[in-house]
Design a protein around this ligand. Sequence first.
Ligand code: NAP
Length: 281
Amino acid sequence: MKTLVVGASGRVGGAAVELLRERGDSVTALTRSADAPLPADVERYVADLTDISALSQLPFSDATFLVFPSVTADPYAAEIADALAARTGHIVYLSAHGAADADPEGEGIMPSHARVERELKRTGVRRTFLRSSGFAANTLGWAPYVKAGQPIRGIAADARRALIHERDLAAVGVHEMSYVAGDLEQILHLTGPEVMTQREYADALSSILGGDYPFVELSDDDAARELFPDAPPAMVRSILEGQRRMIAEPEPRTDTVAQVLGRPATPYSQWVRDHQGDFTA
Ligand SMILES: NC(=O)c1ccc[n+]([C@@H]2O[C@H](COP(=O)([O-])OP(=O)(O)OC[C@H]3O[C@@H](n4cnc5c(N)ncnc54)[C@H](OP(=O)(O)O)[C@@H]3O)[C@@H](O)[C@H]2O)c1
């Protein structure tokens, strides 16, 4: 197949590129930088996703794995959807659980996902929405504390999450990119295999790395300043609210990864082992 990956220099998109190459696809990666590292056999298409005229020249592909710059590219969502739909047969879009209940006209990450889903649907292109739980990779934000031998500083210690490995998301997306018949729209709810509090994830990380990195809860102001210094205020607000909501309403756990891939979703302990180098100085 001829496939396109948008967000190829990122975590999930990068994993998708690897898996598509492994299965022998002819892969094009859209990257903003001409220097973003890519495997030699991957064709590079240098463009910003918000450059609609550049998108109109994209090589045709059978399927596209789309990681969208949530919030920052929202003003272009409709044009991006139209431009991609004109150049590809199927868009597998990395979305989020909360998209289902979000207002596509609202502000923040979930409304952004709801808007992109709405725009893709409007184009009539074949589409698959990977509605994901939180990423295990979010805990990479804990690495500076771990490297310094300090407690982990974060928000909503008791939020219960079903964190998912980026490789599982990519593997399901890549599997679905071969899907060429049946319903025009597919929605998959993807999660990790366990639901734990953030405090418990920090404890699991400590035990695998062999240290003691307890989770310390920050005030909203400290969290905004320390954890999201460059994020737009709307994005920070929606992250804080979303995290707190998961104390009373934990992220649900699904078996979709296992159903699609025929193997269990990857536990957090394995994610930590895969990323051990990111937590050591
Ligand atoms: N974190 C979570 O818990 C979670 C849960 C559900 C869904 N999501 C969604 O997952 C997505 C992020 O996935 P990720 O963590 O794999 O991303 P990531 O590692 O942060 O990488 C983002 C990618 O998007 C590219 N990019 C950013 N702006 C771009 C632009 N204007 N034009 C072209 N490319 C652009 C980046 O390229 P550069 O190298 O040029 O920057 C990079 O390749 C977001 O849509 C997020 O809302 C996240």
